[in-house]
Design a binder for this molecule. Sequence first.
Ligand code: ARG
Length: 629
Amino acid sequence: MIRPMTESTTTFDPVELLGERFLAAIAAVAPGVGEGADPMISGSKRAELGDFQSNAAMPLAKRLGMKPRELAGAIVEKLDVADLCEPVTEADIAGPGFINLRLRADALAGLLARMDAPELGMPAPAEPRTIVVDLCGVNLAKQMHVGHLRATVIGDTLARVFERLGEKVIRQNHVGDWGLPIAMVTRKLQAEAGAGRLDLEALTLDELDRLYKLAQFECAGQGKGLAIVEKFGLGPKIEAELSAKHAEAMEHLAGAKATLVALQAHEPGVYAVWKRIYEVTMGACLEACGRLHTRITEAANAGESSYSEELRGVVEDLVARGVAEESDGALVVRLDAAGDGGIAEPCLIRKSDGGFLYATTDMAAVRRRVRTLGADRVIYTVDARQGLHFRQVFAAARKAGYATKPGASGPSVLEHAAFGMVLGEDGRPFKTRSGENVKLGDLLDEAVERAARTVAEKNPELGEGERREIAEAVGIAALKYADLSGERIKDYVFSFDRMLAFEGNTGPYLLYALVRTRSVFRKALEAGVALDYADAPIVIGHPAEKALALELLRYPSAVRGVAAALEPMRLCGYLYGLAGAYSSFYDSCHVLKAESEGLRRSRLRLCALTARVLADGLETLGLPTVERM
Ligand code: ARG
């Protein structure tokens, strides 16, 4: 019988279990030194020597000034793994002090049987923590582009992982829906509608996007150009032309500022236009979020506008408590002291003209998320290029006490889950041929379109409706998986061909692996084989069976690993490995035609557990799945 584990150590992962036992042995051998040691458990390099090995003795012996083999011997003496491993003796110490371990087949079977429960080794915690995930973050009046794909997909996956672990998750869509650029387009729309050139009711996002750019252009001054003209004396004609243009832009800008004031005062005419912009943008955004199989809904909407009433109070509070100070007419929070984060650049919270900034809103957001929503951890899934901004905001919020829950002894964890860029095949930021951002909607359409062609090729017998459904799932899964399966911080090259391949570490491959794993049950039904495997004794004999068992047991730690490092790629890699282990198992072990009735039931149970882990993992990643493909 494997010893029961406490809640904090509900693991079925042999690597973690052995690690715990080694830690205890090391602590007993070297009290005071061994407690924090790394047990260094890894898969064995040489299968004939064992399944796992611990390399802990070598570095520790150095610290203790002992001979490594001697220390290894002492560890083995104190080691208590009889319920997990074949007896470990002197003979299992190899080379300079590696300790080889061979798992007992019955221990493996016992662990698997315990994991084979509805929660798959991840029971809900007694006291869930509150995790706020800042994701999506689109901007009003602009099309979603490929950058928002990452903020949406990675953010939602991280949120799902915490949900799977039983934590309380609150998604927050920090929509860029306030400030001068939004006032510019609001004013532009008002003018267009006033002149009868635009029907606000029929407004589309494309039209909005166009008018946004136009408004930006109109308000862009010619200051730089004028300076050049003057410096090089390019002549009075061009100077006059530019001057006139500049004056015109300044007029537009002044108008936009007035619109912002009106917007802030919720003046009905202006506010109604803004509301329309909001509806059109967010309608399209939430539609894309739905199509992307995310759990991002209207409930997550917490845009910059939702903080507009709080900004003055935040700034006053920071000034009153001496957290913010004046600098050249502006207000800043200094962060250069070591205790404040040692950041040279201060966090600007009010411009000299009195305007608030992106950081001011983010300060208010930290305060609401931690102090009102009760976040223990706030995770920001935002482009890596905003790294400095978040370091400043986090440090300033900590300095102001906004990151500490009422009554808590220390601040909650604020983390920037930064991600890299999406690149084109030429290695440069992914753009259309004309140099524009690629619209997210177009990208989804093309992925699905291409998936449909492959699906039709592989299954010519499918009806139109089913083919569409499958293609939608395969296309979306491919796109999301490509975004999730690399190291988050790295840039990646966007390639439809690569992401849609049915072989290799891709979304379609994993969807197909799930279909294949389930197909054995269809075959069993057809062959009239009883599906009475639910509580069959598990038998681990064949090496491929053992490899699959070991892989299955790692599932809970793979999911926890994502939560700890905020790296979805860990779960992707895990599922890919599991699919491979299943494939080898299925190739080398008969299931329906197993040598005995007991073996058949045991193997069916392994198949069923594999299918459940795969399905659970794909759902946790947020990939849509299919019944056939
Ligand atoms: N709207 C921002 C952008 O497009 C992203 C918002 C990120 N979240 C935040 N709390 N600042 O860059």
